[in-house]
Ligand binder design. Structure first.
Ligand SMILES: [Zn+2]
Length: 207
């Protein structure tokens, strides 16, 4: 905690005064241009990665950068997406996965999650991504995928969540009138590279 409190003091005494006018503007309203959905993983920093400032990204984070398909149940993701698209009028959505994702590893081997019932249920939203990779490769004797396929599962999960978000009414409606773009990114922590999902080739291409 000491490091965080020192950081807060530095922000208030050094950083805030440099940008005071901007913060006073932001205090009144926000006009973010991008809804950025990514994993809760501490190694992913959306503002650092995109060199954006407060007020520019509307960020939703959870384990596995998952967007549950729309249902009549209200959840945090559903409400945030509805607000971002309908009220903030956001035109661009990025769903960003990342290398070495613990959630994707867990999704590949859910038998080990019996003591984590909420995690297990949550990761059910990426079951189709795991299944599609399993269909293309042989599983081991335990019936699970080799860890070598983690990147493939991570990418399939991004494609899957891009489909899930289209089931949300606010998103579906804006897509119909070409008012919204949805992008899938995967961030490689080690190299800093980002690949995006290219719908034309059904593959990931370096940005
Ligand atoms: Zn992750």
């Amino acid at each position: 905690m000491d490091k965080l409190l020192e950081g807060l003091k530095k922000f208030q005494t050094l950083i805030y005064p440099l940008h005071q006018t901007r913060f006073e503007e932001l205090a009144e309203s926000q006009e973010p241009r991008v809804l950025f959905i990514t994993c809760s993983d501490s190694r992913v920093d959306p503002n650092l990665l995109t060199q954006t400032d407060p007020g520019e990204l509307f960020i939703c984070r959870n384990a596995g950068n998952i967007v549950p398909p729309h249902s009549n149940e209200t959840g945090g993701m559903t409400a945030s997406i509805e607000y971002a698209v309908s009220v903030l009028n956001i035109k661009n959505i990025i769903i960003c996965g990342h290398s070495n994702c613990g959630a994707m590893k867990a999704a590949m081997n859910t038998e080990e999650l019996n003591d984590l019932p909420h995690v297990k249920t949550w990761l059910g939203h990426c079951r189709a991504a795991v299944k599609s990779v399993e269909n293309q490769h042989d599983c081991n004797q335990h019936g699970t995928l080799d860890p070598a396929y983690l990147d493939e599962v991570t990418k399939q999960n991004i494609i899957l969540q891009m489909q899930h978000i289209k089931t949300h009414p606010a998103v579906f409606a804006k897509l119909a009138t070409n008012e919204l773009n949805i992008y899938g990114w995967v961030y490689d922590i080690k190299s800093g590279n980002v690949e995006y999902y290219d719908e034309a080739s059904h593959g990931f291409v370096k940005l």
